[in-house]
Write a protein that binds this ligand. Sequence first.
Ligand code: MG
Length: 307
Amino acid sequence: MSQTQVIKVTKDTMKKMKSYYEKNRLNRNVPYSDFVAKVGNTTITAYTSGKIVFQGPDAEKIAAKWGPIQNSNAISSSKNSSVLPANFSQLSVLGSDEVGNGSYFGPVTVCAAYVDKTMVAKLKALGVRDSKELTDPQIVQLSSVIKELIPYKLLIVEPEKYNRIQPKYNAVHMKVALHNQAIYLLLNEIAPTKPEAILIDQFTPETNYKKYVRSEQNQVREKLTFITKGEQYHVAVAAASIISRAAFLEELEKESKELGMKVPSGAGATSDKVAAAVLAKGGMSLLSKYVKLHFANTEKAKKIATK
Ligand code: MG
């Protein structure tokens, strides 16, 4: 099935994408574009504005690697993303977010966090906000404070496990399964308390999320709301985001210690080099414990290692 997906990325991500798809680039002149690439039957057009358009059968899967999908038809219509009430930020909300999906090294971490309305002001006062505005040490420190204050469920899929399940689940399906499971476990833990809403930091259209949830054993399908940049709408998503990011950073730290080399986040050229060093040290069996093998970085690392 052919489809079109649109995401908006930062200059930094755009640069990463450009080098990531270097081998896939097409010599095509599209007005206002930075580059055009083709992966299998899916075309990627990157505009200088930061807008990236993916067209083809794997559009969604590829787009999901780089950022939340922002299709006008997926996000703006009330059918596919939620319209939140004006007082939403003051409600008792269960929020969820994930980290690590776009990083070659390290796990995927997903956290669901419940913030009762009586805790909203306190968390905000502590500085719980968009993790992109925080430094790594701040994130790690805030995470341990938040964990003492509110109920949460954190799921960590380490690379070894990720590589086992990835062939069966595409990236979006895996994220849906993890969000759903974290939310399900947290709802059970806080019962009989019920959140007024469940806010998922949106990474796929709502219809798609609900489609994948149907194949899960434990299904949460009520009170779900979806919105991109969820951390701006409720501190519960900001808290979930900080906890999952801190867990991701701690796992990278652990990988660095075990390997005796600094393991980078992201999926750029540094990742290729470090992966090549891991290959030299212990081959594929060692590498598979630390990276998401299906990323293009694996092939690049092999080339560097055999040079
Ligand atoms: Mg997110």
